[in-house]
Design a protein around this ligand. Sequence first.
Ligand code: SF4
Length: 317
Amino acid sequence: MFGLKADWSLDVFERYFTLGDYAGGEARWCPGCGDFAVLNTVHRVLRDAQLPPEKTVAVSGIGCSSRLPHYMGTYGFHGLHGRALPLANGVKARRPDLDVWVATGDGDCFSIGAGPWIHSIRYNMDMVVLVFDNAIYGLTKKQTSPTSPTGMTTNTHPHGAPLPALNPLTVTLGISNVSFVAQVVDWNPPMLYETIRAAHRHRGTSFVRIIQRCPVFSDSFCKPLQEDASRILLLHHEDGIPVDDSVRRLFENQREHDPADWLGAMEIARDSSRVPMGLLYRNPDAVVYEDASARGLDKTNAEKLAAIESALDRFSI
Ligand code: SF4
């Protein structure tokens, strides 16, 4: 294939990947489901980054969104409930050269997967974690999830969810060694694209909570946000998610927020009067587990032997 450079000279690529190279089986979500928007955006980000499909892995747990690996033309692993993150960590530990993408949901990640969620964020392996949050268990037909708002009627709580919803942003921000936390809605294509692209460019675990439409079981979760954009707080900063003018015009509530400011991020995440959209936090200096665990691996056998001898010498009497 041929590619044009800005100076009009020709580059000849050995391979050029099109959207079709990243597509898998026909997606079977309900009409109007926000998962379609995320899937299409992931395909576009992969295409624009020209990631070889054979060097890319999509990993998921259980839930509607966890069907995503089936719809990718990459490698994939549709795992167990709540276990998307440990699987992804395992893939990355064994094959750090692969690009790892995790698709998980609010039930999968924040409930049964809550333990792996905390530790995976702390391990900060280089991967993208997309949490499709529709505030309901959709696949199993409308049970209360950790992010179901108080009062939402579900099949497990027909009189309304009794507890305050878990806040995934404050929890994630509170985990040691957290390095990237963003939030976006599935129905704003430019922000969805830029957020997922920024997540992919960040080195470390990029946690993206996507507020996702489930018109079948939790319409009341997204509808108010779709109908009243003033409920969303658009975050912008030169180091944040790029926001173009077409997006700025849509949201009257905006705030400049430096993603290096952890306390500011926590304050924004705790404020229940608005739903923040954009990059809350990024720390490019957080320890990446692959780097920490690879230290010393490039030593020669003689150097390794000398290091072992020296360690043993400390115990000599
Ligand atoms: Fe999407 Fe909801 Fe249907 Fe699941 S039940 S596919 S989340 S619309």
